[in-house]
Write a protein that binds this ligand. Structure first.
Ligand SMILES: Nc1ncnc2c1ncn2[C@@H]1O[C@H](COP(=O)(O)OP(=O)(O)O)[C@@H](O)[C@H]1O
Ligand SMILES: [Mg+2]
Length: 396
């Protein structure tokens, strides 16, 4: 394949390793400076110029978009996507993961363990938000910090309030997070490629520092992940839409707590800690996937009028429970089931003899009118049971 690594740091360890790994495998590879692209929407088809010249054909890109150029960098990645060039990390995936709040919001509905987090704007809501996550000591984070910069541990509520007020006054958004004391300055970095963790390390903070980032002096050691941690990492990356990602997790008392998903994980620390060829694993994965560029399925499938995608939930006690897919009769109603989600597993193209269970979720494509009748009422946040009015006589 012909691969472009989008990076502004051709000499950096990660870029060098990726370039070498690609060349060793017989691929053509170039490192292109993300900021030297020009997005061209003047012609009949989306196009890209590089350093003022028409860009040649590439089969795949590997974006390494730094935090300081997220907007332009993701615009370039999106342009490659429009041109059907394969990318393991989509513009959407990069944007979603970059903002710690946005990432947490997206992960929050998928049963991924995360440190309790709140986000407020008004000064009057700060104290309540701190209490909501367990009070002081409390962690305060800038939404787009990296390398541990912008992550603060406030020992007392008053101090936390002062810090948050100060940051708000300079128009900085911060999230408020429970301090996971039991992880004691350690965290886990799992490198996800495709649907597996290819390498993992534990980072340990130095001295009384609570941040374990390598840039904050943290030391690294290889670690064998339990299935629980491995699954949390892979699912987080997949939900974010990233096929190459570094997932940071704290070791909470009840299992993994995902803190963030990085779309351009550094390779130096993890390759040194584990002795594994992570760059090679990334290149091999891209080589295998080149034929399958990411498609915005929902958008494409909605183009025929009257048709669309919907998720049907099989509720406990519903008549679908215990029936086979065949008996459920979706085909007769012009509804195709793309996937069946059961717990944390996903069955693609479920066969007609699969028996439906309560809690199953079917991702379907079909006539919207047909599916509308099958979509249950939106679940309420809490079942509301009202108190009887005081004067009610229950009768004797
Ligand atoms: N809620 C928390 N409880 C305990 N430690 C935390 C918490 N959040 C972050 N940390 C520590 O701070 C480090 C940096 O936080 P992180 O959210 O990953 O920001 P960054 O993007 O700067 O790496 C983590 O690796 C971890 O060691
Ligand atoms: Mg981190």
């Amino acid at each position: 394949m012909k691969l472009a690594i989008l990076s502004r740091a051709p000499q950096a360890y990660s870029t060098q390793r990726l370039r070498t790994a690609a060349a060793q495998r017989g691929h053509k590879v170039k490192v292109l400076n993300t900021l030297r692209f020009a997005i061209d929407l003047s012609g009949a088809e989306p196009d890209l110029q590089y350093r003022g010249k028409l860009l040649s054909d590439y089969d795949a890109i590997l974006p390494r978009i730094g935090n300081s150029i997220t907007y332009f960098g993701t615009a370039v990645v999106r342009q490659f996507e429009q041109m059907d060039v394969y990318t393991p990390n989509t513009a959407n995936g990069i944007t979603n993961s970059r903002d710690k709040l946005r990432a947490t919001q997206i992960l929050s509905r998928h049963n991924i363990g995360m440190p309790a987090t709140t986000f407020v704007h008004n000064r009057g809501d700060v104290r309540g938000a701190i209490e909501k996550v367990g009070g002081a000591p409390v962690v305060i984070k800038l939404l787009e910090g990296t390398q541990g910069i912008g992550v603060i541990l406030a020992p007392e509520v008053k101090v936390a309030e002062a810090i948050i007020e100060t940051l708000h006054s300079t128009k900085q958004n911060v999230l408020i997070q429970r301090f996971i004391a039991e992880s004691r300055g350690k965290d886990i970095r799992a490198l996800v490629v495709g649907d597996r963790v290819v390498a993992a390390m534990r980072r340990v903070a130095v001295g009384d520092e609570f941040r374990s980032n390598v840039h904050r002096g943290g030391t690294v050691e290889p670690v064998e992940l339990t299935q629980e941690f491995e699954q949390a990492a892979v699912r987080s990356a997949q939900i974010m839409g990233l096929r190459v990602a570094g997932v940071d997790m704290l070791e909470g008392a009840d299992g993994p707590l995902v803190m963030e998903v990085n779309s351009s994980p550094g390779l130096e620390g993890i390759e040194r800690a584990t002795g594994l060829d992570v760059a090679g694993a990334i290149i091999d994965y891209i080589g295998n996937q080149v034929a399958f560029p990411e498609i915005d399925v929902r958008q494409r499938l909605s183009l025929s009028t009257g048709y669309g995608v919907a998720e049907l939930v099989v509720h406990a006690g519903a008549e679908l429970v215990g029936k086979t897919m065949r008996e459920a009769g979706l085909w007769e109603r012009d509804i195709t089931t793309l996937t069946l989600h059961r717990g944390t597993s996903v069955i693609a193209n479920p066969k007609k003899d699969v028996v439906l269970e309560a809690g199953d979720r079917l991702l379907c494509f079909g006539k919207l009118e047909e599916m509308r009748s099958m979509i249950p009422e939106r679940r309420r946040r809490r079942a509301r049971v009202r108190k009887l009015p005081k004067e009610t006589e229950t009768g004797t």
